[in-house]
Design a protein. Structure first.
Length: 206
């Protein structure tokens, strides 16, 4: 799927994990990442994410993240289904993590015990993680985010178009991104990662 290179994963693997299933709504910002619609009952229309762009941008995101030292990366997930995979992602690459409630002032108030100074922020959902996003922008930090069809990209510097609400989708996105980052560091390969890390184990259990 990626331009001039083999895809990170086959398209059917993305589909099996529902990475392509977008939201009922779409924003102008996300139109370039939408490939079609799925008609559901009672006139509902679900937007479909272009998986070739998801694959391409995951590869680019791994390269971008690897330009930062692991300790300077902050991974955030307020969304329940994103908390387990976000935590495992942070642990696997050595990044900082804030899952669940984000305490206001964590990025802007040096007097708080929770205050940290990352150099880049990775958000699971720009909407659900709006407090972290706002503080990151105020602090002048670059923002990388998993973005669904209903997200706005005004404050997102690098978008990974994908279903950021589904349990399976979030597990697979974080699992795959971890693999690519660690492969680039020379710490794993496809076969080793697949043997040691199962997507099912990254999935939220509730």
């Amino acid at each position: 799927m990626s331009d001039n290179s083999a895809p990170l994963l086959a398209e059917d693997v993305y589909q099996e994990n529902q990475v392509h299933i977008g939201a009922l709504n779409k924003t102008k910002d996300m139109r370039p990442f939408i490939s079609g619609v799925i008609k559901r009952g009672e006139g509902a229309t679900i937007h479909v994410i272009d998986l070739s762009k998801t694959d391409e941008r995951l590869a680019l995101a791994a390269k971008l993240i690897n330009t930062y030292e692991a300790k300077d990366i902050l991974v955030v997930s307020a969304r329940q289904y994103g908390q387990r995979p976000a935590r495992m992602f942070a642990q696997s690459i050595g990044a900082k993590q804030i899952v669940g409630r984000f305490i206001p002032g964590t990025l802007t108030n040096p007097n708080l015990p929770t205050y940290i100074e990352p150099r880049v922020i990775f958000v699971t959902d720009p909407q659900a993680d709006s407090q972290a996003l706002a503080e990151g922008v105020k602090s002048g930090l670059p923002i990388i985010g998993i973005c669904d069809t209903n997200n706005n990209l005004r404050n997102v510097d690098f978008c990974i178009p994908a279903n950021n609400k589904g349990r399976r989708s979030l597990a697979m996105i974080y699992w795959l991104l971890s693999r690519e980052i660690l492969k680039a560091r020379g710490e794993t390969d496809d076969a080793t990662w697949a043997h040691q890390q199962k997507i099912d184990d990254w999935e939220a259990s509730f």
